[in-house]
Design a protein around this ligand. Structure first.
Ligand code: AMP
Length: 280
């Protein structure tokens, strides 16, 4: 496995490759990232993982400085899963003095964008830079960050970027808690409590698809359920995963939730009707 730390090393390693799969990450890798890497290794001749804690997607009050950075473990996971190249840029490599922003309107607004107004501008900008540098055939993202998938889909189609998008379903702990690098901020007890989020989503999905009650009554009921379990709910909605706008149409739609639990902001989403495989 090779490592590239700047644009020149990256481009030297990428010249003459036929099929490149790319997995952009912020490190603190877990089995969720592992699933993206495995898919890329299966589907491409060459797999490149980037590890970059992107400062522009954090607001000043967020956790940039304490974001976990276990580089040795991350490199060992990449090596063990068959990654060919790890790109480890510094902020100066991706953000040299002349600055540019990439904005993706509409899908960036609401939900995560409402609580984190500059977050998706940072995501879209770094993803655009990385895609232009790496020029992969396929790029892999996790459906856990559903709105990020919608932003990337619009970015890629709006800029005519020649890459196929692959969206991979969320990997969970046996309790149902979605794996996340930020779970390390949770105490053992809070980790158990946090798994109630996924259980509540599953119960809500079951009730909505059986249409026992009106959808708005069900959302109020489950916001109360989650509050009683100690969650401070930011949003709980049924959305179209392409537009990220609320919908009452069940086919292809996903329940999305964000809540604060034990001082940590957690997000999750599931398809309302069984498992859906949404792709580009
Ligand atoms: P991050 O390092 O948090 O920026 O995540 C890098 C990529 O891994 C993103 O596309 C995430 O959506 C994806 N990812 C994070 N957690 C999971 C998970 N539990 N299952 C599947 N993919 C995930």
């Amino acid at each position: 496995m090779r490592i590239a730390r700047n644009r020149e090393e990256l481009q030297a390693a990428l010249s003459e490759l036929t099929s490149v799969g790319f997995v952009p990450t912020m490190g603190a890798l877990h089995a969720g990232h592992g699933a993206l890497i495995d898919a890329s290794v299966r589907e491409n001749e060459f797999t490149l993982v980037s590890i970059f804690v992107n400062p522009t997607q954090f607001s000043p009050k967020e956790d940039l400085s304490r974001y976990p950075k276990p580089l040795e473990e991350d490199l060992a996971l990449c090596e063990a899963r068959g990654v060919n190249l790890v790109f480890l840029p510094t902020p100066e490599v991706l953000y040299p003095s002349e600055e540019v922003w990439v904005e993706v309107p509409n899908v960036s607004e609401g939900l995560e964008g409402a609580s984190r107004p500059t977050h998706f501008r940072g995501v879209a900008t770094v993803v655009a830079k990385l895609l232009l540098l790496v020029q992969p055939n396929q790029v892999y993202f996790g459906l856990k960050d559903l709105q990020q998938c919608a932003v990337v889909r619009q970015l890629v189609s709006g800029l005519f970027l020649p890459v196929s998008l692959r969206f991979i379903e969320t990997v969970r702990e046996p309790s149902g808690l979605a794996l996340s690098s930020r779970n390390t901020y949770l105490s053992e007890d809070d980790r158990i409590g946090a798994s109630q989020m996924h259980r509540s989503l599953q119960e809500l999905a079951k009730e909505i698809s059986a249409s026992f009650n009106s959808q708005s009554e069900l959302f109020s009921k489950y916001i109360n359920v989650l509050s009683e379990f100690g969650f401070r709910v930011d949003y709980l909605e049924l959305v179209d995963p392409t537009t990220m706008k609320p919908t009452s149409n069940l086919e292809g739609s996903r329940l999305v939730v964000a809540a604060n639990f034990g001082g940590v902001r957690l997000i999750d989403n599931i398809p309302v009707l069984g498992e859906h495989n949404i792709s580009s």
